[in-house]
Design a protein around this ligand. Structure first.
Ligand SMILES: [Zn+2]
Ligand SMILES: [Zn+2]
Length: 269
């Protein structure tokens, strides 16, 4: 086990760019093919949405690189061995697992706060404006939310003293999970099994419901246990997966401009 972990650590830290872009683009491609072959819900108007979402995804990557050169990895290199995990003095493997769990919990908590605090909701609402969900929706985050999320993750890495390999693995996991949970792919019975451990597309779609009560459920990003543990779990949408409506009443269009100005728009409800 330790040998496998050592090999994985070496590979991730030595070739982190290859791992990150390789997993991201292959996940995007595979899911795009799978949802075209076996869509969960009928889908139209892919073209402009994909251009908007890919533009947002690229802009957010560039923005984070400018604000934080070297990204979370640069921070992790400086704090590794310190923080809570350094104080606990656990084995590298245990520190790795614990860091992944805690970082996922932090993202869950951040997501809850994005919905509960009105100012933060303005930044997160553009993600919910999409009236059709597919794999590209996993890139639809307002740059202000991307910056906030980067700052929260940076704080968590410092407090934890998260190992570099855990931070790289978490960034890879987070981007792949974001694509996976928004996919319009019908997993069939596999969804029931997978959701025992991880967030699935059918689970996350409920969170994107037009019904306010349903958006207050299924906040998890990767591990599904947090929603069960903290009472925010919802098994199925009220009107069923096929009939449920997605999006926000006050964001009628998918345009990039509407998405970008939403947090500051005066006619917002
Ligand atoms: Zn949300
Ligand atoms: Zn989402």
């Amino acid at each position: 086990m330790d040998t496998v972990f050592d090999m994985l650590s070496t590979s991730l830290t030595t070739h982190q760019s290859v791992w990150r872009s390789g997993v991201f683009f292959s996940t995007l491609l595979v899911l795009a093919v799978l949802e075209a072959l076996k869509p969960r819900r009928p889908i139209t108007g892919r073209g402009q949405r994909w251009i908007n979402h890919l533009s947002l995804g690229a802009a957010n990557i560039i923005l984070l690189r400018l604000v934080l050169p070297g990204g979370l990895m640069a921070i992790a290199i400086n704090v590794e061995g310190g923080g809570l995990l350094g104080w606990l003095g656990l084995s590298p493997l245990l520190s790795f697992v614990l860091a992944l769990l805690v970082l996922d919990l932090v993202i869950y908590a951040q997501h809850v706060m994005l919905h509960k605090i009105p100012f933060l909701w303005r930044l997160h609402a553009p993600h919910h404006g999409d009236r059709t969900l597919d794999v590209s929706s996993g890139l639809r985050f307002h740059p202000a939310e991307a910056l906030l999320s980067g700052a929260v993750k940076a704080c968590a890495v410092v407090v934890l003293g998260a190992p570099l390999v855990a931070v790289i693995a978490f960034e890879i996991l987070l981007s792949a999970a974001s694509l996976f949970t928004h996919a319009n792919w019908h997993l069939g019975k596999a969804d029931r099994v997978l959701r025992l451990a991880i967030v699935t597309p059918d689970m996350h779609r409920i969170h994107h419901s037009r019904l306010d009560a349903e958006t207050r459920h299924n906040f998890g990003f990767f591990i599904s246990v947090w929603d069960r543990l903290f009472g925010t779990w919802q098994e199925a949408p009220t009107h069923g997966q096929q009939n449920m409506q997605l999006g926000l009443d006050d964001m009628p269009e998918h345009g990039l401009r509407a998405t970008l100005i939403y947090p500051w728009a005066k006619d917002r409800k």
